[in-house]
Design a protein around this ligand. Sequence first.
Ligand code: 5AD
Ligand code: SF4
Length: 445
Amino acid sequence: MFFSEKYYYIQTFGCQMNERDTEVLSGILKQMGYQKADTIENADIILFNTCCVREKAENKVLSQLGELKDLKSKNPHLIIGVCGCMVQQEGMPETIRRSAPHVELLFGTHNIHELPDLIENILVARNPQISVWGSEGEIRENLPSEREYPFKALVNITYGCNNFCTYCIVPYVRGRERSRYPQHVISEIKDLVADGVIEVMLLGQNVNSYGKDFKDISVDFADLLREVNKIDGLKRIRYMTSHPRDFTDKLVKTITHCEKVCKHFHLPVQAGSNKILEKMNRGYTRESYLELIAKIREYNPKAVITTDIIVGFPGETEEDFLQTLDLVEKIGFDGAFTFIYSTRTGTPAAKFKEQVPLEIKKERIQRLNEKINKIGREINEKYLNKSVEVLVEGISKTNDQMLSGKTEGNKTVIFPGSTSLVGKIVNVVITEPQTWILKGKLQEI
Ligand code: 5AD
Ligand code: SF4
């Protein structure tokens, strides 16, 4: 009998959590005999791994799914599937099926391990398969995975979120916070290092709550970092995302003393006005945030500090927004991801009165971005003629004559060099700092 090659194509939206899930989906599909397709047109199975944090991402998925109709009519055997956060919302699988009936496979973030059975059912009976929720308490260990980079890896440490910030859909779609046992995390990282990995990114919606759910052992995020820091051969440890409320003194000191933990602090502040922070249910004030940053800088004078900010949260007045601008100025963030508040059905803030008109939100985000870019550029200019350590990640996406890599502080550096340096840590002297990137040249030894 003749078996032709089968190909998969996965389009990933959203955060690193989804990127990691995509690696697992790829691993499962490879184990089933599928190969990665170069283009979406060549695939026998197409998966959209979706995000629902903002409405814009969701609309993009719905419109791109619509465009796949032609591919399906040309190839009736094609399987089109949607997974990830978007599918976990109540009523969404039905909405997707209604707007794109050519989608035959829908599964949630807790059902990834069911993929082989779901595909099998479609192939055998051509029945659409929907599998959402069901086993959210369990953490599946040892699923196969196909990593994107040989030298750096994403490692889950917690799943879900218990914070219930009033704007955020995540707790509703990713479920309650669950931590992976430290022995599982450590043994995965040791295996990765044996396989050539030198940088890990520890992933969780709120990494500083790590361990709070353990009933049988007492271990927190700082304890975990200390253990990971001991792993021979590992060079860099990153983590994403941490919450300013749970960033304890113990954690600041541990990060300071663990030489492999990058001194990059991504601490989403979201807003600079205490009234808005309270309405967001963030659990800290602008004053306590400023104190935290001061403490981080006292221990780590070279810390790179970045943040996430939402503009136009319900009830945000010009006065509140000026408080955000003022906080940005006071702290001097190296960079920030800025977002226009997006109403998410099912979250408390969706019902808040005083929604801010879109025009005002747009005008505010523009003013905010201008300030952030100006400050970012001023900070970057201080890198001129300085040498930085860069983990070389590959050829630059914007200039194929250049290599691109990251500093310890997660700044992108581009410089000319041989592709044999990919995966290595090299010293680069910065010759041309810009707002978003640092240009440089290899340091001569
Ligand atoms: N609208 C806009 N931005 C949001 N974020 C989360 N939910 C929303 C929303 N409803 C932003 C927050 C968070 C980042 C990942 O996405 O800033 O830190
Ligand atoms: Fe959403 Fe807040 Fe949890 Fe982050 S901490 S995922 S913003 S609820």
